[in-house]
Design a protein around this ligand. Structure first.
Ligand code: XIL
Length: 360
């Protein structure tokens, strides 16, 4: 059985390497995969997955050969998980969890509390603010009890900080700044209660799942949003809010070189608070046209982030999708794409080979 598995893994890698025209591919031993190498480093290398794509052979093969962790791209979000009050829907996410277990992969839970309008059901939007503490507590409790010990980390809350760094997204604001979950720039009581509930449920069920707060553009010390994100988390830690760590999503752009020094400084200050740091939604989007030079530049950014992970003992390096074919980027950022490790035909890109090299 073991032999069969290994053989098919090798075939898979061989296919990827043989069909890759990149000269960079020639210098690699084709008997390994990202996942095998990451295992040796104790690094969780994951990909966001849309459960409905698992039936596509190339998708599934690439996923299970190259990654040792899955994150549900959408199905564990509020409107999918509890579309009607008190009525949870777990079918799609259960399928993904079963797939992960079958293939010896970890699962990250994403996400209980998020502002994004399309994923909050109307019944939640129609509640009074004073009712939302109960709503989020039931939601967290329902989700955690269902998945029990199958999930290694939960994104308990996501994207609570305004891009300007002025404070929390909240009900007094509009557009992307609106969030049902806070009543003002400063009132994080409902968000905190999600963490308290998650903590009490995990203790009750004897689960050691990690509890995380995630955001984008929160990874660079000295920038208003990153600094506000830090301030909020520091307050929580001082107040004893049960949070184990923070997620830096890392939705990056190839045309801007990240400020690696201040990324490290941001990691340091969270680690000094006693918190874990994870990279939870990495992609590096490229502006059209997708030239070879840009792909190489992208590869360097992916590699540099992995170098930082190794240097700072960051154990989760998670990318936001398996293949450019299904990436959220083109439909979200006009004129951008090609942000992931595998292209639309599942060919490994220079970033993939750079990561392999980095994990040697
Ligand atoms: C995105 C998904 O990739 C899309 O399929 C969906 O339409 C919108 O959400 N930050 C997050 C993720 O925390 O949940 C988002 O995922 C991308 C940005």
């Amino acid at each position: 059985m073991k032999f069969i598995k290994k053989t098919s893994v090798k075939l898979m890698i061989l296919t990827i390497f043989m069909s890759c025209t990149s000269p960079a591919s020639e210098k690699f031993d084709n008997s390994e995969s990202l996942r095998n190498r990451a295992d040796d480093f104790g690094i969780i290398i994951g990909a966001a997955v849309e459960q409905s794509h698992l039936s596509e052979l190339k998708y599934s093969e690439t996923l299970k050969t190259q990654f040792n962790c899955v994150i549900s791209e959408n199905n564990m979000k509020f409107s999918f998980m509890q579309p009607n009050e008190g009525s949870f829907s777990f079918e799609n996410s259960d399928n993904l969890v079963d797939y992960a277990i079958e293939n010896d992969m970890k699962v990250r839970g994403h996400v209980f509390l998020w502002h994004s309008d399309y994923q909050i059901p109307d019944w939640v939007k129609n509640k009074q603010y004073s009712q939302l503490k109960g709503v989020i507590e039931n939601h967290v409790s329902g989700g955690m009890r269902h998945f029990n010990d199958k999930i290694y980390a939960w994104d308990v809350a996501n994207e609570i900080v305004l891009d300007s760094g002025a404070g929390l997204r909240n009900r007094t604001l509009s557009g992307g700044d609106y969030s049902v979950w806070a009543s003002s720039l400063y009132d994080d009581s409902v968000i905190r209660s999600a963490f308290y509930k998650a903590d009490s449920v995990r203790k009750e069920i004897g689960d050691d799942v990690g509890l995380y707060l995630c955001d984008y553009s929160n990874e660079t010390k000295g920038q208003p949003k990153s600094d506000k994100f830090y301030e909020i988390v520091e307050d929580w830690v001082n107040d004893g809010v049960p949070i184990d760590g923070v997620g830096f999503q890392m939705h990056l752009m190839e045309k801007y070189t990240p400020d690696y020094i201040n990324i490290k400084a941001q990691i340091d200050r969270f680690q000094n608070l006693g918190l874990d740091v994870q990279f939870t939604e990495i992609d590096v989007r490229i502006e059209e046209p997708f030239t070879r030079t840009k792909l190489l530049n992208q590869a360097e950014i992916y590699a540099q982030i992995l170098r930082i992970a190794k240097e700072k003992n960051i154990k989760s390096y998670l990318v936001w999708g398996v293949t450019d074919k299904y990436s959220w980027i083109p439909s979200t950022f006009n004129g951008y794409g090609s942000g992931l490790l595998f292209d639309e035909e599942y060919q490994a890109k220079p970033a993939y080979f750079e990561l392999l090299e980095e994990l040697k």
